[in-house]
Design a protein around this ligand. Sequence first.
Ligand code: NTF
Length: 829
Amino acid sequence: ENTAELRPTHPLAIAPVVAPAASVDGFAKQFLQNLNFDQGVTLSNSDVNDQYLALAYTVRDYLMARWFDDRAQQKAQQNKTVCYLSAEYLLGRQLDNNLLAARLTDIATEALAQCGIDIDDLRQVEIEPGLGNGGLGRLAACFIDSLATMSIPTIGYGIRYEYGIFRQAFNEGQQVEQPDAWLRMGSPWDFAHPEAAQTISFAGTTETYDDEGVERTRWVPEWNVLAVPYNMMVPGYHNGRVNTLRLWRAVATNAFDLHTFNSGDYVESVRAQTFAENISKVLYPEDSTPQGKELRLQQQYFFVAASIADFIENVLPDDFEIEKLPERVIFQLNDTHPVIGVPELMRVLVDEKKLEWDAAWAITQKCFAYTCHTLLPEALEVWSVDLLGHLLPRHLEIIYRINDEFLLEVRERFGDDEMLIRNMSIIGEHPSRSVRMAYLATVAGSKVNGVAELHSQLLRDNVLKDFATMWPDKFTNVTNGVTPRRFLRLANPDLSSLITEALGAGWTVDLERLRGLEALADDADFRERFAAVKASNKRRLSSVLEARGEAPLDDGHMLDVMIKRLHEYKRQTLKVLHIVSTYEGIVSGRLDVDEVQARTFLFGAKAAPGYGMAKRIIHLINAVGEVVSADERVKGKLKVVYPANYNVTLAERIIPAADLSEQISLAGKEASGTGNMKLALNGALTIGTDDGANVEIRKLVGDDNFFLFGMSEPEVEQLWAEGYRPADFYQKDERLRSAIDLIASGAFSGGDRTVFEPLVSNLLYEDRFMALADFSTYLDAQDRVDAAYADQDGWVRSAILNVARSGYFSSDRAMRDYLDRIWHATPVS
Ligand code: NTF
């Protein structure tokens, strides 16, 4: 690559790029060199951040040659590339992952030890890039890991937010948000490429013009911004492959102020440039509830337009025939956030490449596929026509034409059924004119997939029913998966060693091999060792919590975890009602405290800053925790732990320690869940509803090793249809009444009844997610949990079976499914 346009004569300049020697000495030498020449310090003058950065640079150095090779190969070969378009990548820390992928962990540990440095101290320094909210962003990160490990040419495209998901703190039990300045101490894992910047335009008008006898349309934008790519390495596990994650940062163009702010006020016009740079400033912290803000649409168009242009201009060869685009790329739309890419590709093909509309549309339809990640109506993005037309006037015209032609097709198929036409139109009329992005994606995509079997079924039956009738073959399912490298091999080293000892090392890339553990569930010696690993993971978590100023975990407690975004549909409140009910039972004498199974309830959850009810629930959890954990009548049997700022790094410590996994969403609301998979894979037993991927987990691990409760999705539908009155359940169930009354009485708010009143009345009179309806079966299921836990041998056996039967939930399998059903791309050798 170095020699492409230059004519070097120096022998070193002609030689291929090589990695440093893969030895302790080679590593130490490179590390010290990076410390000296990149950080500008000697070892004795360096601090821990210098050392961390030099270590990161060193790991990079080992991956670099492979990265060059893989990019050159991508350009040279005519392989189809998966372009994963995602507004979020919740990556987690990079150091350990990259050390593992490059087989450098032991070498680096020893080399640093010889420099007098404990690598563990450096691990702690890394601030994780939190460029995502929750499941959707973490899924994208798992997928690119698997694609690299499977040698699939992939580019992950996204946004390099300057501030990722906010840092959560608690002030008197209430969430406060702080900015996440993750770049402050340096960002050793990415490479800026300002020379490869794309200019991205906004607003203005459109006009028609005569192009040698052909009438064409062009967009005359009003302002623009530079999209500067930052490349990150995505190394495959032990296969030498290094793919690229390309994240775009917004930088003002020089022309910006001259064009729009030509006021003669130099200082003001320079200041105004920062307007454009706001585009990549901050991740929107809403999970599943888009706000329809203009800046967000700017972000979406910004990264998608830059990505499409980048692929066409820089990845495809110069003489590429654009008609063949579908042979070379699939743009996978991670939810509706990148869907504006559909009219953008049409604009590029029709306005710039001057293709006929029909030809352009045929290409576009083959180049996109759409993954839907939700069922909540409020999570389906819509953009007001006014806003979209103002920001992207040409795209709105294109969307209108796509819609006109689509609705003609609907009429041809189904006749002039005006109701149906209105329901299927990409443009919604009520409450105001808007573009329904999920519909646009469905019309444009070659395939539409849900993320778990139940979810995909409900998409076909409800949310996108008419589209599924029209195009049954367009719809498919790919159940989510998680990367076993990060969430088992790295997060749970002791269990990994135990598994490798039993089965060999191949499971890391072939997770179905975990089936081999089934036989060992009946082996008392193996059970003992498995239990010892769980106990040691709990101790490790306990020290992590202590270091954060939390109370340590008590021995003998079942660790009962609920870790996920705070959302009403996920029903953290139902979990709180269980805790309060148990507490109330002890205090009132209904339960004998000496008979109660000791439990630590661990929560991890952030709430969207503008989501009032979710924040109240956080407050309630903390308030209940404070009272329950301190009440002597409980004799330390119930503890609530809620560490602030739950993130990937903390998840990696909690998951291996968990005994019980709470997956208690109302059936039909959680599209899939992925925390459920990570916990089962690490030997936690699930208590859960028949929702999302829980359904598949239960089928695989077996009913004996899973605690099912609650209404099924059809039962939920039926209860709604009959008219749901939560207060009836309150009246009927004494345990429920006592628990709610206790909260309402002010017992957790210093006697102040007003604090949780909105929460209580919401439960009693609205309860959209039917927590009260599922309360009694939930408590029954928790009784079954206690009984099962009392038989430790049986519990450990079930935990082993959970691990053994969770291989299906590897993101490698999910990638195989995408490849077979949607992408049809093949690995490179
Ligand atoms: C989430 N969706 C779903 O709520 C989870 O059930 C699922 O596991 C993940 O996606 C990954 O598929 C969203 O965050 C969003 F934004 F689509 F609503």
